[in-house]
Design a protein around this ligand. Structure first.
Ligand code: ATP
Ligand code: MG
Length: 262
């Protein structure tokens, strides 16, 4: 089956000279649930941000469907962003507006600037947003302000907003890093369900190895900007985990938090 996303020789050097990604290559098929793991500073966020062009790659190729994502500009970047739903650690909701309106914001990429700026959403978009909120168990919260919700509820709104975009790909950057373990599992269940039931491909950055093992169909391990593991959860041995998380110069192992419960 053709790949949804193909990355070849991707590199990113930030303006201050930091080489965040070095010669990264992998491809993702439709319907995969990929967890990206690695220690702090490994380049996980940079990788996701290159894919939807929040960050411009320094070199290499990214092909997303028919779009040359690495070289895209203007209209193509907008098309790329429309087809990729982004979910963030801190939810990135508009705090003082309703949950429903936050979800409708996922439709802005499909509207002209005039309708978008006035919030003239179609009846169809509103019905669809309500259906998505219902699916995520948020029917009762629809008319509340986003800042009245718990963290787990806010992240579900983040997922609903991404779904309202009707994306081909969901990119989630540490979606559970601010949540307790029970709520984290509920969020991972939702993402996993969306991937399985809707066939939406997910790439999720995670700090917790155990969560990656439990929910991903494939794990990519990054160490200092390089892919050092790419395989199914079953192949994630202790050796591989040490290769991904590395050892500190004083012999202490890094990523203790990540390894706990691994
Ligand atoms: N805008 C920037 N300018 C300069 N350097 C940056 C910038 N953003 C990230 N970096 C650097 O690039 C490297 C990779 O950062 P990135 O945020 O991608 O890592 P990460 O794996 O997401 O880390 P974390 O787990 O802490 O979120 C780090 O050394 C970081 O300091
Ligand atoms: Mg990050």
């Amino acid at each position: 089956m053709a790949s949804l996303l193909e990355i070849h020789g991707l590199s990113k050097v930030y303006a201050d000279g930091t080489a965040a990604l070095k010669d990264v290559s992998f491809s993702v098929r439709r319907g995969e649930f990929v967890a990206v793991i690695g220690p702090s500073g490994a380049g996980k966020s940079t990788l996701l941000r290159c894919i939807n062009r929040l960050v411009k790659p320094s070199g290499g190729e990214i092909r997303f469907q028919e779009i040359d994502a690495a070289g895209a500009s203007g209209r193509q970047v907008r098309q790329l962003r429309r087809q990729t739903g982004m979910i963030f650690q801190h939810y990135n909701l508009i705090q003082r507006v309703s949950v429903l309106r936050n979800v409708l914001h996922g439709r802005l990429g499909y509207m002209n600037a005039f309708s978008g700026s006035l919030g003239l959403f179609s009846r169809k978009d509103v019905e669809e947003a309500k259906r998505i909120l219902h699916r995520l168990g948020l029917s009762q919260q629809m008319y509340k302000r986003a800042d009245e919700l718990s963290g787990g509820q806010q992240q579900r709104v983040g997922i609903a907003r991404a779904l309202s975009q009707k994306p081909e790909l969901i990119l989630a950057d540490e979606p559970i890093a601010s949540l307790d373990p029970v709520t984290s599992r509920a969020i991972m269940e939702h993402l996993s369900d969306i991937c399985r039931a809707d066939g939406i491909t997910c790439i999720v950055n995670l700090h917790q190895v155990a969560m990656a093992r439990d929910y991903a169909t494939r794990i990519i391990g990054i160490h200092k900007g390089e892919v050092v593991f790419d395989g199914p959860p079953g192949e994630l041995s202790e050796d591989v985990i040490h290769r991904i998380y590395g050892a500190a110069p004083d012999g202490r192992e890094q990523g203790g938090e990540a390894l706990a419960g691994a």
